[in-house]
Design a protein around this ligand. Structure first.
Ligand code: TRP
Length: 374
């Protein structure tokens, strides 16, 4: 590998901002991976996805969706799981799943995911993927599962919001995600920092499976994290944008909703607009959003607005969002107007493809486990 980064974790110490060694290592590796993708996109298969808990929002677009479309266009095979089994990890009422799944798939298509090139499937339609969970669970200890910081955070959240104890499915979902990734031999997973522990869990499962059951010839790849460089998008209350906080701008929203979202966005009491992500996160977030859609940088946009203040900033950001999202929204409306067959067809094809791949993997796994009796 000519990335200049040793393939074993390089000894990168935590940085001053509290970044852990694993985040720093993933960041260091990502530049090399991007170079390899540009050189040989056919070597990679991306597996990633979303929990269908609601229509996707701006945070998804900037955080992951744009990146998936970029990878697809670069010639990387992209497989997207609509993780419907993950919805019931932390809630009793999954809501209208068929409706929500439809919204998520429409968002994918409107953003540029091409069902002829990429695979979009739902967890629950691919039994062989889910069966991989059983042998995989034998490869991890309860103590390891208990240490996963993202699971801990999500369990604490479920307890706070709904007084709910941690379900067995929530406890084990990093292993389920290992099945999501490994069923198709995914070797590249674009992730935000918070998902890195899960990718570590997947790498552990793959490594131990190979050691225990496929020592002669490793069967699963140890997938790598492609750390997304996009900053975390904040909602208009200043916290991380999320459906459950009610602070999000959905991709499908109208122009009026968009204007209202920006109008209500928190700013601060300093009049002069500057780009200072640490000291002025809310203003920086508006600048980041505006710059993204206006094709400029947050710093330049700040200079442009400067003394005109937050009112002018909001005007500029609203225009940039409305204009920038216009093509996506127009495509989305057209697709939605074509009726339910569009999404149904994408999922039918994606599920069929995913099932063919998962059946083959499960057959291989059963052969390696020695559980083929006929
Ligand atoms: N947990 C991810 C989320 O909440 C969705 C997901 C499910 C996923 N399976 C995955 C992401 C496998 C990456 C790889 O957004």
């Amino acid at each position: 590998m000519s990335s200049g980064t040793p393939s074993a974790s390089p000894p990168v110490p935590p940085t001053s901002s509290g970044e852990t060694a694993s985040v720093a290592a993933a960041r260091a590796r990502t530049a090399g991976l991007e170079a390899e993708i540009a050189r040989d996109p056919g070597r990679f298969r991306v597996l990633t996805g979303d929990r269908p808990t609601g229509a996707l929002h701006l945070g998804h677009l900037l955080g992951t969706l744009d990146n998936r479309v970029r990878l697809q266009r670069a010639g990387v095979e992209v497989v997207l799981v609509v993780a419907d089994y993950q919805v019931i990890t932390d809630r009793d009422d999954a809501g209208d799943l068929p409706g929500t799944v439809r919204e998520v798939v429409l968002d994918y298509l409107a953003a540029g995911i091409d069902p002829d090139r990429s695979t979009v499937f739902t967890h629950s339609a691919v039994p062989a993927l889910n069966q991989l969970l059983l042998p995989f669970l034998s490869l991890v200890t309860v103590a390891e599962l208990e240490r996963n910081p993202t699971v801990k955070a999500e369990a604490a959240d479920a307890a706070r919001r709904q007084g709910r104890g941690m379900s067995g499915l929530l406890f084990t979902y990093p292993v389920h995600q290992a099945a999501d990734i490994l069923f198709c031999h995914g070797n590249l997973v674009p992730v935000g920092q918070d998902q890195l522990p899960h990718l570590e869990a997947t790498r552990t499962v793959a490594r131990r499976f190979n050691q225990r059951f496929a020592a002669a010839r490793p069967y699963f790849p140890e997938p790598e994290a492609l750390l997304t460089s996009a900053p975390v998008v904040l909602g208009n209350d200043g916290a991380k944008m999320s459906k459950s906080r009610g602070n999000a701008l959905e991709l499908r929203a109208t122009d009026d909703d968009t204007a209202a979202f920006v109008r209500l966005a928190k700013t601060d009491s300093q009049r002069h607009i500057t780009f200072e992500p640490e000291a002025r996160p809310e203003v920086a977030n508006l600048l980041t959003l505006g710059a993204h859609f206006a094709g400029t940088t947050p710093g330049l946009l700040a200079e442009q607005v400067g003394a005109a203040g937050a009112g002018r900033l909001k005007q500029v950001v609203t225009e940039a969002l409305v204009e920038g999202l216009r093509p996506l929204r127009a495509r989305r409306r057209e697709l939605a107007a074509d009726g339910p067959a569009v999404v149904a067809d994408v999922l039918a094809r994606g599920n069929a493809r995913a099932n063919a791949v998962a059946d083959r993997t499960l057959a291989d796994v059963r052969a390696l486990l020695g559980t083929v009796y006929a």
